[in-house]
Design a protein around this ligand. Structure first.
Ligand SMILES: *Cc1c(COP(=O)(O)O)cnc(C)c1O
Length: 376
C-alpha cells in the first residue's frame, strides 16, 4: 500500500530532540526560557535583522505588529487580497478595516501601481491608510522596491507577512527584513516548523521589546502584578523553541530541497501546453515553499485544476487550490477592495502541488505518472 503524499509535511532535521532534552534537563517547561532566547539570537543572525521576538504563532506576530503601530478601531490597513485569512484576521481583532489590493501578474503579490491608486483614493475619501501589509505568497518575494517606494512617498509603515517565505530574499535582503516590521510563521506546514509558532522581526528595538511585553500579559515592572495595558498570552514555549533551533540548522537544506521539487515540476510540465509557473523577478530568490502552477484550459485542451486535484486524490496525493482571494470571502466581502482581476484569475487557474522535501524517488514517480495520465 502506498502512503498518502501530503502537500507540505514537517521534515525534521535530527537535532530538535537534543534541544527539547536540554529544556527538560533544565526544567524550563515554560513560555520563555533559554531555547527561546537562543532561537531569537539564531534567527536574528540568519536573517541579518537586529531584533526578533519569538511568539506562539504568525497570527499573534501580525497582531502584535499592528498594535505596535497603534492600529485601532476604524483605522484602515491595506493588505494583499491573494493570501490566507490569517493575514487579515488580526486587522479585524483591532476593529480596524482591511482594504484589499489585488495582485500583479509577475509576482502574484500586491501590485505596487494599484497600491498607489488605493492610497490616493483612500486619502481623497478622507482617510490615509495607517499601514500596508504585503504578503510574500507561496514564498515568492513581492516587489519590495516598488512597494517601499510607494509606502515612503506617503509615509505609511509596512508590515511584511513573510509567513510563507522564510529563506526567500529580495535584492539580497531576507523577506520580512525590508519593511518596518516582518512576520514569520513556524506552523506545521511551513518551510520549517516548531509545530506552532511565529516571530516578529524588526530593526526597531522598541517594537520588539514592546511585543515581548505585550505577549507576556503586559506585566509592568513592579514587586506585584501591575498592569497599565491589556496584555496577551502570545509568547513561544521553551520546548517549541527547541524544535525551532533544530529546524533552523537545516533551513538552507530545506530551501534547496523545495527548489529541487520546483525544478522537478518545471521539467515535467515543460512539454505540457497551457501550464505556466510564477517566475522570480530579477534580484529575487524564492524558497519555493509550495510549487504552484497555472493551467489555462483554453490551451491545455480543457484540463483544469479541479481535474488535476481529483486525479491526484484518486492516487492518494494531496494537492490544493490557490488561496481564494480575501475580497471574495463572505466574511470580508463588505470591505473596500482595489481590483484588477488578477488574483481571481490566479485562484481559478492555479494549483499547489505536493512540495514535501522528504519525498522519495518512488513518490516523485507516483506524482509524475499521475500528471502524465491526466494530461495524456
Ligand atoms: C501561515 C500563515 C499565516 C499565519 O501563521 P500561523 O503561524 O499559522 O498563525 C499568516 N499569513 C500567511 C500568508 C500564512 O501562510
Amino acid at each position: 500500500m502506498n502512503k498518502r503524499i501530503y502537500l507540505s509535511p514537517p521534515h525534521m532535521g535530527g537535532e530538535e530532540l537534543k534541544y527539547i532534552h536540554q529544556a527538560f534537563d533544565q526544567n524550563w517547561i515554560a513560555p520563555v526560557g533559554p531555547n527561546v532566547d537562543q532561537f531569537e539570537k539564531e534567527l536574528s543572525a540568519y536573517l541579518g535583522v537586529s531584533h526578533v521576538a519569538a511568539v506562539s504563532s504568525g497570527t499573534a506576530a501580525l497582531h502584535l505588529g499592528l498594535i505596535n503601530l497603534g492600529i485601532q478601531a476604524g483605522d484602515e490597513v491595506i493588505v494583499s487580497t491573494l493570501t490566507f485569512s490569517a493575514s487579515v484576521n488580526p486587522i479585524i481583532y483591532q476593529n480596524a478595516v482591511p482594504v484589499f489590493v489585488d495582485s500583479e501578474k509577475e509576482t502574484w503579490n500586491m501590485c505596487p501601481d494599484l497600491l498607489k491608486k488605493a492610497i490616493e483614493d483612500r486619502i481623497s475619501k478622507g482617510k490615509k491608510p495607517a499601514a500596508i501589509l504585503p504578503v510574500h505568497i507561496y514564498g515568492i518575494p513581492a516587489n519590495m522596491d516598488k512597494i517601499m517606494a510607494v509606502a515612503n512617498e506617503f509615509g505609511i509603515p509596512v508590515i511584511e507577512d513573510a509567513a510563507e517565505s522564510l529563506g526567500s530574499t529580495f535584492n539580497g535582503k531576507h523577506t520580512g527584513s525590508i519593511g518596518t516590521m516582518g512576520v514569520l510563521s513556524f506552523n506545521g506546514n511551513k518551510i520549517i516548523t516548531t509545530s506552532g509558532g511565529g516571530a516578529l522581526i524588526s530593526e526597531n528595538e522598541d517594537f520588539i521589546k514592546n511585543a515581548r511585553f505585550l505577549a507576556t500579559q503586559a506585566r509592568d515592572k513592579s514587586p506585584y502584578y501591575h498592569h497599565t495595558q491589556i496584555g496577551y498570552n502570545y509568547r513561544m514555549s521553551n520546548i517549541l523553541a527547541g524544535i525551532g533551533r533544530g529546524q533552523l540548522e537545516v533551513l538552507d537544506d530545506r530551501v534547496r530541497g523545495k527548489r529541487e521539487v520546483f525544478e522537478f515540476y518545471e521539467n515535467m510540465f515543460a512539454e505540457i501546453p497551457g501550464v505556466t509557473f510564477c517566475d522570480e523577478l530579477a534580484g529575487s530568490f524564492s524558497n519555493r515553499w509550495l510549487s504552484t502552477i497555472l493551467i489555462d484550459k483554453n490551451i491545455s485542451g480543457g484540463k483544469t485544476p479541479e481535474g488535476l486535484v481529483a486525479a491526484f486524490e484518486s492516487e492518494d496525493i494531496e494537492s490544493r487550490h490557490i488561496w481564494k482571494p480575501m475580497h471574495l470571502q463572505p466574511v470580508f466581502e463588505k470591505h473596500p477592495a482595489y481590483l484588477n482581476g488578477i488574483a481571481e484569475q490566479i485562484f481559478q487557474q492555479g494549483l499547489c502541488l505536493p512540495s514535501g522535501t522528504a519525498m522519495s524517488d518512488n513518490e516523485f514517480g507516483r506524482i509524475a505518472r499521475t500528471v502524465r495520465n491526466y494530461f495524456s
